[in-house]
Design a protein around this ligand. Structure first.
Ligand code: NAI
Length: 334
């Protein structure tokens, strides 16, 4: 059976996921799309989804599909995901699950009321080969993890990017993937600001350092530096009792040329985890064919949203250590 997939929001990632489903993955076809900007929907259909009909609303797409992808702007996610749950349709939601933690909480409650998992959140780093190998090394060889040193660096960001976006748009991936990597929960967050780069502006404090502490006592430092100039660079080193392990660098050809030993660094974030998007969506399609969802859950989206909210509060009180408090995990997400 070919799964009929609806896409809500056909911008950059919505169209890329449509391409992926129709041309790379198996078991599904994009059959319906919608976008508040009709030109965007038409471009998506013309480019990568010739068999899809363009519908006027998210609700119509949900009704016409076996499963849906929510790829609209973050502010629209909560309503659209709730509509998919109400219709009993598996739903892949790009991050963030909701722009505020209480919105994510409503999604968790709606899913619990349905009694089965229907939502997968687009935390694709959990599907990255490097992170999967790192997690396995941490679990089997490193002894108990003690510390993580991580960095998330972008060459530059658009002028509209402001200080809180360093948490909601950038750190959000580390918030999720490090919690998954350690199989642990955050208990506190702190933000400190080093000397600012001259490449930033009044609305963006850059770089920043976020310090997280977990329930098992692991200390995590994440440098966020979104005007680093030199490349898109994701670093993660786990320090355990028996040794350390690092996230592998992306594959690139090292050269010895002109008296220089060199290795290229990626510039575009889209290239860094490109393979993991294929794996995460195939995982979604596999579970959706059974009428359910797997992978990062609404609970994970909620936990990330709570932590992100505390980190933004910590940005407003540099140096203060603020508690991160998660409610008890419902049985559905055990
Ligand atoms: P985009 O601006 O290129 O596309 C969003 C599209 O959604 C636009 O065409 C817009 O017209 C449409 N839209 C907005 N509100 C809508 C609504 N209420 N109903 C229907 N359509 C609506 O943005 P982009 O980059 O594609 O991002 C979309 C989402 O994906 C964001 O939440 C973003 O954070 C997330 N994202 C996740 C990535 C990841 O690494 N997992 C990477 C890039 C984006």
């Amino acid at each position: 059976m070919t799964l009929r997939i609806g896409i809500i929001g056909t911008g950059a990632i919505g169209t890329d996921h449509a391409r992926r489903i129709n041309r790379v993955l198996s078991g599904a076809e994009v059959t319906a799309v919608t976008d508040v900007n009709r030109d965007s929907a038409e471009a998506c259909v013309a480019g990568v989804a010739p068999g899809a009909q363009i519908l006027g609303s998210a609700e119509e797409v949900i009704a016409a599909s076996d499963a849906v992808l929510v790829c609209s702007w973050g502010t629209a996610h909560e309503t659209q995901v709730l509509a998919a749950i109400a219709a009993g349709k598996p739903c892949f939601c790009e991050k963030p699950l909701a722009t505020e933690a209480y919105g994510a909480r409503r999604i968790v409650e709606a899913e619990e009321a349905m009694g089965r998992r229907l939502v997968q959140v687009g935390f694709m780093r959990r599907y990255d080969r490097g992170y999967v190998a790192l997690k396995e090394t941490v679990r089997t060889r490193l002894g108990p993890p003690l510390m993580i040193h991580a960095a998330h660096r972008n060459p530059s960001v658009p002028g509209r990017y402001r200080t809180p976006m360093a948490i909601h748009d950038t750190l959000i991936h580390e918030i999720d993937v490090l919690r998954w990597l350690l199989d642990d929960e955050y208990v506190s967050a702190q933000v400190i600001f080093p000397r600012a780069t001259r490449h930033t502006h009044a609305g963006l404090r850059d770089p920043q350092i976020v310090l997280l502490e977990t329930a098992k006592g692991v200390r995590i430092d994440v440098e966020i530096f979104v005007n680093c100039r030199y490349g898109y660079d994701i670093q993660c080193e786990v320090v355990g009792e028996e040794g350390t392990a690092r996230l592998p660098e992306p594959t690139a050809i090292p050269t010895r040329l002109g008296a220089v030993f060199g290795q290229p660094i990626l510039m575009d974030w889209k290239d860094r985890f490109i393979d993991s998007y294929d794996v995460e969506l195939q995982d979604f399609l596999k579970a959706a064919a059974q009428g359910t969802a797997a992978g990062p859950s609404a609970w994970d989206g909620y936990a990330a949203a709570i932590t992100a909210d505390v980190c933004v509060q910590a940005q407003e009180r540099p140096g203060a250590i603020l508690p991160v408090t998660l409610p008890a995990r419902p049985a559905l997400y055990a």
